[in-house]
Write a protein that binds this ligand. Structure first.
Ligand code: ADP
Ligand code: MG
Length: 317
C-alpha cells in the first residue's frame, strides 16, 4: 500500500465534519469558514516514540494520546475544537498498527467533536504531530496573564496519576504494554488522558475565570508560567491536592504529593478564578478543587513549608 492508499484507508474520513469545515482531507489545503466574530486558536504538539510515549504501547492509545495532548491546549484557552491536522512519520507501513492507531484517534475525535482535516505522511522514526484548531469568543478567551492577587487557584481533576502510570508502564513487558484493556487506572491516566474539553464546555460562557493553563509539565512548573505571565505569586495548599487513592497506595503519601506537584501529563486545567464565582463554577464542574490563592508577593510558597524538588519537565535541561 502506498502513501495515498494508506491515507485513503485510515485517515480520509475521521471525525464529524461540521459546517465550518468547507473542505477536509484530499485537496492541497483544508478550508475553514470562521463563525462570525470568532477568533481562531491554533496549537501544535509533537509526540515522539521513546520520548513522549513508549513505542511498543498499544497503537490505539498512541493515537488517542497524540490528539488528547493537543486538545488540552484548546480547552485551556476556552476554544471550541474545529479540526486537526496530523503529520505522521512511520518507520514502515503496518496495516494493523495503522488501523488501531487511527481507531484511537477517531474515538477521541468523535468524542471531542474535532475532525481530521488534513496532514502529511512521511517515512522515518515514529512520531505524530497534531495541530489543533478551534474557535474562541473574544470576550471569553482564557489567557495565562489574567490572574489577580486574591484569585483562587483551582484544578479540574486529580494530579500525579500519570506519573504513577508511567512508572507502572515502564515496569511491564512489551506484550502487556500492547494490551490497553489490561492496564491499571493509573496507566490509563498516563496513556489515555481525557483532555479537559468537558469542563471547558461547562465553563465556556461563565464570568470569573481570569486565567487558565493546562497542566502538562507538572503543577508547579505550569503554575509558575501562569503566575509569571500575570505578575502575581501564590500560596499553594500542597497538603490538600487532589490525589487518587491508587497513587497513594503505589507511591506512599509523601511521594504521591511530590508526583502531584511535579509529575507531568495530568492534562487538567489550572485556573485563577474570582472567589465570588467559585460556587457557580463548582456546581457546573463538581471535580473542581481549590489548591491555593494568588498573592501580591511574587513566587510560589508551599503551605506545608516543603522546600523543593525538581519542578517539572523540560526537554533541554
Ligand atoms: P501535498 O503533496 O499536496 O502536500 P499530500 O500528498 O501530502 O499533499 O496529501 C494529500 C492529501 O492527504 C492532503 O489533503 C493531505 O492533507 C492529506 N493527508 C496526508 N497525510 C495525511 C494524514 N496523515 N492524515 C490526514 N490527512 C493526510
Ligand atoms: Mg505533503
Amino acid at each position: 500500500m502506498g502513501e495515498f492508499g494508506l491515507i485513503q484507508r485510515h485517515f480520509a474520513q475521521l471525525g464529524p465534519l461540521a459546517s465550518d469545515i468547507r473542505l477536509g482531507v484530499g485537496d492541497d489545503c483544508a478550508l475553514l469558514a470562521p463563525p462570525s466574530g470568532c477568533w481562531q486558536a491554533i496549537s501544535v504538539d509533537t509526540s515522539i516514540a521513546g520520548r513522549h510515549f513508549l513505542a511498543d504501547a498499544d497503537p490505539w492509545a498512541i493515537g488517542w494520546r497524540a490528539l488528547a495532548v493537543a486538545l488540552s491546549d484548546l480547552a485551556a484557552m476556552n476554544a471550541k475544537p474545529s479540526g486537526f491536522t496530523l503529520a505522521l512519520t512511520l518507520p514502515e507501513v503496518e496495516d494493523c498498527w495503522l488501523a488501531d492507531f487511527s481507531a484511537g484517534l477517531r474515538s477521541l475525535s468523535e468524542k471531542a467533536g474535532c475532525p481530521l482535516i488534513g496532514g502529511d505522511t512521511t517515512r522515518g522514526p515514529l512520531s505524530a504531530t497534531v495541530q489543533v484548531m478551534g474557535w474562541c469568543q473574544p470576550e471569553h478567551v482564557w489567557r495565562r496573564d489574567g490572574a489577580q492577587s486574591g484569585d483562587l487557584l483551582v484544578v479540574t481533576g486529580s494530579l500525579g496519576s500519570a506519573r504513577g502510570g508511567l512508572q507502572q508502564m515502564q515496569a511491564i513487558n512489551t506484550r502487556q504494554r500492547g494490551e490497553r484493556w489490561s492496564w491499571t487506572p493509573l496507566m490509563q491516566a498516563y496513556m489515555l488522558p481525557e483532555p479537559p474539553y468537558a469542563v471547558r464546555d461547562a465553563w465556556s460562557s461563565q464570568p470569573g475565570v481570569h486565567a487558565a493553563i493546562d497542566v502538562s509539565d507538572g503543577l508547579l512548573a505550569d503554575c509558575r508560567h501562569l503566575l509569571e505571565a500575570s505578575g502575581v505569586g501564590a500560596l499553594i495548599q500542597d497538603d490538600s491536592l487532589p490525589i487518587e487513592a491508587d497513587l497513594e497506595i503505589l507511591l506512599g503519601q509523601n511521594q504521591a504529593r511530590e508526583a502531584a506537584l511535579s509529575g507531568g501529563d495530568d492534562y487538567v486545567l489550572l485556573c485563577a478564578v474570582a472567589p465570588d464565582q467559585l460556587e457557580t463554577l463548582t456546581r457546573l464542574w463538581p471535580a473542581t478543587v481549590v489548591i491555593g490563592e494568588c498573592t501580591e508577593s511574587l513566587g510560589i510558597k508551599l503551605a506545608s513549608g516543603r522546600s523543593w524538588i525538581q519542578e517539572g519537565f523540560n526537554h533541554f535541561l
